[in-house]
Design a protein around this ligand. Structure first.
Ligand code: HEM
Ligand code: HEM
Length: 183
């Protein structure tokens, strides 16, 4: 196994802040998304209000995710943990990549789907310009992608958090501190 001796020991602080802010934000966003689906359609007001909030916070999270991806692509990160097997490290890297894919697909599919509807997306009450013509099939397709990806994302998050706990409490290799503020 090649060990990169030039790699940093910790994630840099920008990535640490973005990881934890987004973890909190995404837990909230996934929870809100699942919960709001059960709001009755009649009267329409409350359902529309919660949907609009979900869209607005989703756009903010999407911008933070773009920032994180840009930062991640231009800064070095720690090498894979040394105490793992090659297979564990490969699976870990794959899981991280898939988490990033889900983080990108979620806001993009939500935004595109909402633009295919006949109503404009309201960003905290301000109607954004309509980017696409209303198209029911396009909306339906984006909605399916949004829902399937949400499901895959939640499974990956459960695996990811379980792996973090396994490192922390079973292997006790201090992996969590790589994503911590203290140096
Ligand atoms: C990181 C960002 C996002 C996450 C994690 C997220 C998560 C979710 C979840 C879990 C659901 C419920 C799906 C289900 O019933 O199985 C949902 C539904 C929905 N989301 Fe998002 N969402 C995000 C961003 C957005 C954005 C940016 C928009 C639009 C601008 C949006 C629009 C919608 C809409 C309209 C629904 C209702 C179902 C549908 O028509 O697709 N979401 N979202
Ligand atoms: C929505 C929730 C979460 C998402 C989407 C997420 C996503 C990610 C991603 C993509 C990475 C890879 C970072 C990179 O290489 O650029 C990562 C690293 C990490 N995450 Fe999370 N995370 C979440 C929640 C959590 C939670 C709750 C914990 C702890 C209990 C955690 C612990 C860690 C640790 C320790 C690392 C560093 C792993 C290493 O050093 O190789 N994450 N996370």
């Amino acid at each position: 196994m090649n060990i990169d001796t030039t790699a940093p020991v910790h994630y840099d602080r920008m990535l640490v802040v973005l990881h934890w802010v987004l973890a909190l934000g995404l837990f909230y966003q996934l929870g809100l998304g699942l919960w709001m689906e059960d709001i009755p359609k009649d009267p329409p007001g409350p359902r529309a209000q919660w949907f609009n909030l979900h869209k607005s916070t989703g756009i903010c999270l999407g911008l933070l995710i773009l920032w994180r991806l840009g930062w991640r692509a231009t800064h070095s990160v720690p090498a894979s943990p040394t105490g793992n097997t090659d297979l564990q490290n490969k699976l870990g890297k794959l899981a991280h990549r898939l988490l990033y894919v889900c983080m990108l697909v979620m806001p993009v599919s939500g935004f595109i789907g909402s633009n295919f509807s006949q109503y404009p997306v309201k960003f905290f009450g301000v109607a954004l310009p309509k980017l696409l013509e209303p198209w029911a099939e396009g909306k339906e397709f984006s909605s399916e992608i949004h829902k399937i990806t949400a499901f895959v994302f939640m499974i990956l998050i459960i695996l990811h958090v379980s792996a973090a706990f396994w490192h922390q409490f079973v292997k006790r290799d201090g992996l969590l501190s790589r994503m911590g503020w203290r140096r």
